[in-house]
Design a protein around this ligand. Structure first.
Ligand code: COA
Length: 430
């Protein structure tokens, strides 16, 4: 009986045959060493099959960090490594300084730059939508002070879904309505948090002001002058959208499951928070606080590089030339630093730019001069990333709507590199 089973199983070397052989051995009265031999062969056979499967799979290419992978098609923005950025076919260089943020919002949401009448109506709608539900304001007031503003923003964006009057309406029109509300309310959440944390009275939006201007007004509690107005408008325009960056991708992944737009924007806020993405802006300011004079720059940067640390606000996944937004932000920063008598800070930044380029051949990204701009506008550094989020909600919502139209689940695969064939041990024998 034993010889027959062994020979039969070994000849066939089939998994099923080995199992059958082992079962019949267990039923018969053969000695335990024969049974162990079979069990060993079983495990060996199973491992061989798994290894074969693995080597077949390994022929697929793993793209670490999804570098250069086009995960979907988009008509919203075009980002090219040579340093160009387009919003719906318009070069960003042609837009900034010539349009206001509301025009960009109209362009992204309706694929059309508005005429004067449309702009007027759209601005008025955006400004009226800046008002927050009372319960959201109450929650912001009681948010623990040690929470980062991005954490509060993430929670309150999520809470906004509770006030949607028609949560089951999944039409394009309903999603556009939600997009406009989110674009309008996210800056108010940010401003309300700052005002309550600093024990200052809340300010109501003013219909006479532009949208970006209103944001700064709600945040600081005083009317922006011409230069501040221009600076915040351009800042928001330059941050409105940027292809398949990490937070936009996160929003699209969430939307691709047919989840709601509030969930998608909540995912995006959480993703933007990270220091390799929008969180870099705050870290830039921490670095600038550490460097007292231009003369310290060389040693500081060398020290960071020697310690294998990244210089915040430098480098980019896509751009191999200068980020097209940098020249605009650099120029806004220079103007603002002149008027706030912080030109030394600006000069230090120029020096950092040169030193980092000499040593690493990389350029400043959007976050480097954005930090200087916001600092000069009187925004505390922990609110830098929330200002970024307030501007990018426009791009996120536009992408979410495009993702709904594409109607495909974003679900990549992974390459398993773990173990196979581990023998299960019951809990009482572990
Ligand atoms: N400081 C120092 N070196 C940097 C750097 C930085 N900020 N950014 C990139 N590099 C170097 C890397 O060390 C690497 O050098 P190596 O080839 O000698 O190893 C090379 O440039 C390529 O960088 P890599 O990390 O592969 O690029 P990435 O596409 O994976 O990362 C960022 C892109 C944005 C995450 C990265 O540049 C970074 O961490 N920057 C700082 C954070 C930041 O400003 N984020 C905001 C982005 S808009």
């Amino acid at each position: 009986m034993f010889d027959y089973t062994v020979v039969h199983a070994r000849q066939s070397v089939g998994y099923k045959h080995l199992i059958k052989a082992a079962q019949s051995l267990r039923c018969s009265n053969v000695n335990t060493s024969a049974l162990r031999l079979f069990q060993f062969e079983l495990a060996h056979n199973r491992r061989k099959r798994m290894m074969k499967k693995m080597s077949e799979k390994q022929e697929r290419v793993v793209v670490r960090g999804l570098r250069d992978v086009a995960a979907a098609e988009t008509k919203i923005s075009y980002v090219n490594s040579n340093g160009t950025l387009y919003y719906l076919g318009y070069d960003i260089d042609d837009l900034v300084e010539r349009v206001c943020y509301e025009e960009v919002a109209h362009l992204l949401l309706y694929n059309k730059l508005p005429n004067a009448k449309e702009l007027d109506e759209f601005r008025s709608r955006l400004v009226s939508e800046m008002k927050l539900p009372q319960r959201v304001i109450k929650r912001i007031r009681v948010a623990p002070k040690n929470c980062h503003p991005m954490e509060v923003l993430r929670s309150e964006v999520s809470h906004l879904s509770e006030y949607d009057p028609h949560p089951n309406d999944h039409s394009d029109a309903a999603n556009k309505r939600r997009a406009i509300e989110l674009v309008a309310k996210v800056p108010t959440i940010v401003a309300t948090l700052h005002r309550t944390r600093t024990d200052q009275q809340l300010v109501a939006p003013n219909q006479e002001y532009g949208f970006a201007e209103n944001f700064l007004y709600l945040f600081k509690g005083k009317t922006a002058d011409h230069q501040e107005k221009e600076a915040i408008d351009r800042f928001m325009t330059l941050h409105a959208d940027h292809g398949f960056n990490a937070s936009t991708f996160a929003a699209r992944v969430t939307a691709s499951t047919n989840s709601d737009i509030y969930s998608a924007i909540t995912s995006a806020v959480g993703t933007l928070k990270g220091p390799l993405h929008g969180g870099a802006c705050e870290k830039v300011m921490l670095m600038l606080d550490d460097i007292n004079t231009e003369e310290e720059v060389e040693e500081y940067i060398q020290g960071m590089l020697d310690d294998q640390k990244k210089i915040m606000g430098f480098g980019h996944r896509v751009y191999k030339a200068e980020d097209p937004r940098t020249k605009h932000l650099r120029s806004i920063a220079e103007n603002l630093c002149h008027r706030t008598a912080t030109l030394n800070l600006y000069k230090t930044c120029m020096k950092i730019e040169n030193v980092v380029h000499d040593k690493k051949k990389i350029f400043p990204n959007v976050d480097f001069y954005a930090a200087v701009v916001l600092n000069a506008l009187g925004v505390p550094k922990e609110f830098f990333t929330p200002f970024f989020a307030s501007s990018r909600t426009l791009g996120w919502t536009t992408h979410v709507i495009e993702q709904y139209q594409d109607a495909v689940l974003l679900r990549p695969s992974s390459e398993y590199i773990g173990e196979f064939g581990r023998s299960f041990v019951p809990i009482e024998r572990r």
